[in-house]
Design a protein around this ligand. Structure first.
Ligand code: NAD
Ligand code: UDP
Length: 322
């Protein structure tokens, strides 16, 4: 039984990870400032005496004694990370510095939740970890992309300079229950729009591609990476099943039986044209690959949003199996 710190533990991925770690018998500390996360995501776990919640903003240091750190704290949706870009940079730079300082002091293993955004608008497809990326350092996505790139650099330098045992997960688009209704990312937007009878907002022509990983697969990858032999280099975690955003809109309309129409909106600046992980390294190093296909993942996600919308008194016009 280890004492494990999960920063961003009240967020979408963080809450699934906390649940998983508790079920493995670990003592878990969730640290969160509740910017995009919510205590509601952990409500069902609160009677577990091995879970401790700390409300803290990682731009400030904190002293704790732990064995492992999963460092996830950072808003992940473009809508949220662009709301206060300077804060996003502070969270990535200062937050990661503080967690690395902590890891160094108590000799904890630290895993950074990095992102496929470090590849920017990739010119190499699919993306392998040795690709350096194509990132605009000046645009509205830069606070997040460059923030995560600096966070990776800090991880590598603390490893080289101080011998900190690091893991870097480059996470590709992940979805599933507990995404917030107002999260702003594509799957949550489309499902909410479909279920409430609003137009599905496809940005641009919808020809851009993404590859979506179901959250349980992602959590499995994170846990395996944390517990594998020391490996101080990035590892892609994602589902290589790639589709266009228009295909995703049509799939969600079909699966919800929604009467909604598709409407086009302007493509945000620097929106990557294509994205698909090469997961060869994760396969080899961790024996990991996704097991939940898109259809099964959406089948598990749509009812979650339907229930959540009803709970919050939205008018739901389409029903998952109706
Ligand atoms: P999320 O927004 O649901 O969770 C982020 C959590 O971090 C929230 O609970 C938020 O309140 C907390 N947080 C933000 N700033 C903080 C700060 N300064 N101090 C303390 N807590 C803070 O996002 P998510 O989808 O669960 O993503 C988790 C991590 O995974 C993020 O680091 C994100 O960059 C990374 N990631 C996610 C995806 C994805 O598709 N979900 C893809 C790539 C990378
Ligand atoms: N997108 C869209 N409609 C939406 C939200 C997003 O067409 O309502 C597009 C967005 O432009 C991008 C893709 O879907 O091309 C994935 O967007 P998301 O914000 O989920 O993730 P990211 O761009 O960070 O991969």
């Amino acid at each position: 039984m280890a004492r494990v710190l999960v920063t961003g533990g009240a967020g979408f991925i963080g809450s699934h990870l906390v649940e998983r770690l508790l079920s493995q018998g670990h003592e878990v500390i969730s640290l969160d400032n509740y910017f995009t996360g919510s205590k509601a995501n952990l409500l069902h776990l609160l009677d577990n005496p091995w879970l401790e919640l700390i409300r803290h903003d990682l731009v400030n240091p904190i002293m704790l004694e732990v064995d492992q750190i999963y460092h996830l704290a950072c808003p992940a949706s473009p809508v949220h990370y662009q709301y206060n870009p300077v804060k996003t940079i502070k969270t990535n730079v200062l937050g990661t510095l503080h967690m690395l300082g902590l890891a160094k002091r108590v000799k904890a293993v630290i895993l950074l939740a990095s992102t496929s955004e470090v590849y920017g608008d990739p010119l190499v497809h699919p993306q392998r970890e040795d690709y350096w990326g194509n990132v605009n350092c000046l645009g509205p996505r830069s606070c997040y992309d460059e923030g995560k790139r600096v966070a990776e650099t800090l991880m590598m330098d603390y490893h080289r300079q101080n011998g900190v045992d690091i893991r870097i997960a480059r996470i590709f688009n992940t979805y599933g229950p507990r995404m917030a209704i107002n999260d702003g990312r594509v799957i949550s937007n489309f499902i909410v729009q479909a279920l409430t009878g609003q137009e599905l907002t496809v940005y641009g022509q919808g020809t851009q591609t993404r590859s979506f990983c179901y959250v349980s697969d992602l959590v499995e990858g994170l846990v395996r990476l944390m517990n594998c032999e020391a490996f101080a280099a990035p590892v892609n975690l994602g589902n290589p099943e790639e589709l266009t955003i228009m295909e995703m809109a049509r799939k969600i309309l079909a699966m919800t039986g929604s009467p909604s129409k598709i409407a086009h909106r302007p493509l945000p600046p620097d929106d990557p044209v294509q994205r698909r992980p090469d997961i060869g390294r994760a396969r080899e190093l961790l024996g990991w690959q996704p097991t939940v296909g898109l259809e099964a993942g959406l089948t598990a996600t749509i009812p979650y949003f339907a229930a959540k919308l009803q709970e919050e008194n939205y008018q739901v016009v389409a029903h998952p199996h109706g």
